[in-house]
Design a binder for this molecule. Structure first.
Ligand code: BES
Ligand code: MN
Ligand code: ZN
Length: 505
């Protein structure tokens, strides 16, 4: 997407179409009133003829018949003024942009009202608008020989009426572009099937990202995984002919001389989950191509960080592998020794995510991070508990849990905390080893989280179960189309930028 910023009077700027927000019950005010006057009352008349009131996500398309510079206007309802939130704005722009794209137009303008805003607020709303635009227009069609035929919007111009905020709007919209394109990159990785997105493919993507300044990558192969003693992760990899890759991306953005402990991000990267010997039923098994969503999100974040370059240190860890049944596959009942030294009875080979993460988390602790955040499509139980509307969140430190919750809420990506009470621990005790990898049906998301907790020592840690939020089965959300959502990328970027600004102070 090419983004421009243009200042001038909204009635005079020329173009094919402009998306304009419309507050419910506020039609007679501000820029809408000016446009209505210039159009000889047409906005008021059409709105009342068609029952358009500016309710949240309502749209109204108007032709200007040469009375103003834009040929058409796409009015989008913002709902009641006092109910407007940043995410509602993002959703409204998404809705308007999708409606413009349906018209087959290759370019659009969006009116960005920054008249009464300071620099920071102007940056923020232009960022949000571009996010709504790019996130809603995303389509996964790279594997179709005939594209959908729809003309895609390739250019967007943010229109501002004053010049004082030009720089702020330019900065904000570029940031919005970087962030939402990072989300779309993560979506692509989740949507691409496992014959394309192999562990090697993920490693190649990580190596690409590592070309940026302050980034470096390390990729461990099967032999190294085994010789380092990552027995839990190795057990998952052993049934597959596809080579596993333990991917470590390092970003050193903190000012030189300041020894700053890194933040560690860990993403479950099971490129296909058949369940292994505890084979899944074939119905819907094809969906298990997105069992690497955690890794995709972490890679999306690193791609964004490589461009935003915040002054922090970061380490991203992705234990990538397929989970396959074969003559070499791990058997139910096998006992393995994790990198931490703990022994695990693998009662169910389909609970593979926590095995990969156990060793990835132990590996993360060796960087002495100030915080660890892991993301994983870990449990079907989380889909049952929360559906697609919130990530399941667990952790061992209230302060970090709260920071993650706040970052998510700020960008419209919700988390919901589940308790990691020790009462649940009995469920993952084993007769044969230190731990068993399944805790039975009750509280399946929590016992998985509690299992992970055994591998983070005392380092502040948050686990996000994204099984429900990673894939949208319907396309009714204004900026999350059907399919891979990329949810989690913007939460982490917001969290990291919050941490970076804390460092500066
Ligand atoms: N990848 C799955 C979890 C999953 C299910 C993600 C549905 C997305 C949608 C995970 O590896 C798994 O199989 N979990 C098992 C654990 C069980 C064996 C304790 C599950 O949830 O059934
Ligand atoms: Mn599984
Ligand atoms: Zn899985």
């Amino acid at each position: 997407m090419e983004i421009h910023v243009q200042s001038g009077r909204l009635t005079q700027i020329k173009g094919k179409i402009c998306i304009i927000g419309y507050f419910e019950g506020d039609g007679a005010k501000g820029v809408i009133a000016t446009l209505n006057r210039a159009l000889g009352g047409k906005i008021r008349d059409t709105a009342s003829a068609e029952g358009f009131k500016g309710k949240f996500l309502e749209t109204l398309l108007l032709r200007s018949e040469g009375k103003i510079g834009f040929e058409r206007l796409m009015l989008v309802g913002l709902g009641k003024k006092n109910a407007l939130t940043e995410d509602r704005l993002r959703q409204s722009v998404g809705k308007g942009a999708a409606a413009v794209q349906k018209l087959g137009l290759p370019a659009t303008s969006i009116y960005c009202d920054t008249k009464y805003l300071g620099k920071e607020a102007a940056e923020r709303i232009s960022q949000i608008m571009i996010e709504g635009l790019i996130l809603s227009l995303y389509q996964f069609d790279q594997l179709k020989t005939k594209k959908t035929g729809q003309n895609k919007i390739k250019t967007c111009t943010l229109v501002i009426e004053n010049t004082k905020n030009t720089t702020a709007v330019e900065t904000g919209s570029q940031r919005g572009k970087i962030i939402s394109e990072g989300v779309c990159f993560a979506r692509d990785l989740c949507s691409l099937p496992s014959n394309i997105v192999t562990p090697t493919y993920l490693a190649d993507q990580a190596a690409n990202i590592a070309e940026a300044d302050h980034m470096s990558v390390e990729i461990l192969d099967r032999d190294t995984i085994q010789s380092l003693g990552m027995g839990a992760y190795y057990a998952v990899t052993q049934g597959s002919d596809e080579p596993p890759k333990f991917i470590v991306l390092n970003y050193q953005g903190a000012p030189q001389g300041k020894k700053k402990r890194p933040i560690a991000l860990v993403g479950k990267s099971v490129t296909f989950d058949t369940g292994g010997i505890s084979l899944k039923p074939s119905e819907n098994m094809e969906q298990m191509k997105y069992d690497m969503s955690g890794g995709a999100i972490v890679l999306g974040v690193m791609k964004i960080i490589a461009q935003l370059k915040p002054p922090i240190n970061l380490v991203a860890i992705m234990p990538a592998t397929d989970n396959m049944p074969s003559g070499k596959a791990v058997h139910p009942g096998d006992v393995v020794t994790a990198l931490s030294g703990k022994t695990i009875e693998i009662v169910n080979t389909d609970a593979e995510g926590r095995l990969c993460l156990a060793d990835a988390l132990t590996y993360a602790t060796r960087f002495k991070p100030s915080a660890i955040i892991d993301l994983a499509t870990l449990t079907g139980a989380c889909v049952i508990a929360l559906g697609q509307h919130a990530m399941g969140m667990m952790g061992n430190q209230a302060r970090l849990i709260s920071k993650v919750q706040v970052a998510g809420a700020a960008v419209g990506e919700r988390t919901w905390e589940l308790p990691l009470w020790e009462d649940y621990y009995k469920q993952i005790e084993s007769d044969a080893a230190d731990l068993r990898n399944v805790g039975g049906r009750p509280a399946g998301t929590i016992t998985a989280g509690l299992f992970l907790k055994q591998f983070v020592d005392d380092i502040p840690w948050v686990h996000l179960d994204i099984a429900g939020t990673s894939w949208y089965n319907d396309g009714r959300h204004p900026y999350v189309p059907k399919g891979a959502s990329g949810i989690g990328v913007r939460l982490l970027v917001q969290f990291l930028m919050n941490e970076a600004s804390r460092n500066k102070r």
